[in-house]
Design a binder for this molecule. Structure first.
Ligand SMILES: [Zn+2]
Length: 296
């Protein structure tokens, strides 16, 4: 929980390095060639093997040396690829250093576009400056891309307008692992970045398409929260769909967003899921504003 509360929250006035001094990186073998690394910020996947290392996301810049030390505990081969699941700074902070070491940074087209320009996130009331050019992805794609790496065909799929407009999920078919990026917050309500084109409808569609990659024993790495499986992901998708249906019903009765929030349409889940970074009220605002944009 401490980890989730610290998500995106930096302490003003304290030097950046000092804020990460107490963070340690934990490593968990997930399946086949894939480990999950947790520190502060988005969960990483690390794939290792004879061709080298492929990483999914890289948290914050001050953690890069600690992350690299954790990777070398698994395998001391070169980091060849870093895939960014989306543009957010708690997933891309290590890009500059890793790119400088020779890793090829890869993202969806829209994610690079946002990393290369200043952004504003209303949900944390913060301007986010563009990444320095050395931290930007050098390979981008629109729909999907396959990495033929370590004997496995690793596929990154773009999921439109979900947590942002540039999300990808990454499937390791032989290792039987899916990395969801921030489309999946496990055990808390998700952030849907409306300023970056995210919508609840896209989140629901993305979960459905990820479920299509599931079979026996598939493990699922969420962007935030503990390691999961496909049953967990399915119930998360159901929660999103149920909450959205209830909000839609109240909107059809003519309720304003404040009235819908007051009606607590997802009350039965608030205790379980509403104690993370995103509170119940904010979750309803994400759904309401996503639905308000729907074509009639
Ligand atoms: Zn994010």
């Amino acid at each position: 929980m401490k980890k989730l509360l610290s998500l995106l929250l930096l302490i003003p006035g304290l030097p950046l390095m000092a804020q990460f001094e107490d963070v340690s990186i934990t490593s968990t073998h997930v399946g086949g060639a894939v480990h999950m690394l947790e520190g502060r910020g988005g969960n990483l996947a690390v794939m290792t093997g004879p061709d080298g290392v492929l990483m999914v996301d890289d948290q914050y810049a001050p953690l890069t040396d600690k992350i690299l030390a954790a990777v070398r505990e698994i395998d001391d081969g070169p980091v060849r690829f870093v895939i960014n699941t989306h543009w957010h700074f708690d997933h891309t902070g290590g890009n500059e250093q890793l790119g400088g070491m020779g890793a090829v940074i890869v993202s969806q087209d829209n994610a690079r576009q946002r990393m290369s320009t200043d952004q504003f996130m209303a949900v944390i009331d913060r301007d986010i400056p563009a990444l320095p050019p050395a931290g930007l992805p050098v390979v981008t794609f629109s729909d999907r891309v396959t990495f033929h790496f370590n004997g496995e065909a690793v596929v990154a799929y773009h999921e439109a307008d979900a947590h942002t407009d540039g999300d990808i999920i990454i499937h390791f078919p032989e290792s039987n692992v899916i990395h969801m990026g921030d489309i999946y917050f496990n055990q808390t309500y998700p952030l849907i970045d409306r300023d970056s084109g995210g919508t609840v409808q896209g989140m629901i569609r993305a979960v459905q398409s990820a479920l299509g990659l599931c079979h026996s024993g598939t493990r699922v790495i969420p962007g935030h929260g503990p390691l999961a499986n496909c049953a967990d992901l399915e119930s998360y998708g159901q929660m999103l769909a149920d909450a959205t249906d209830r909000v839609r019903e109240l909107m059809e009765q003519g309720m304003t967003v404040e009235q819908v929030i007051a009606a607590r349409p997802n009350a039965e889940q608030d205790e379980n899921l509403g104690n993370g970074f995103i509170k119940p009220e904010q979750f309803i605002r994400f759904i309401y504003s996503s639905l308000a944009e729907e074509a009639p």
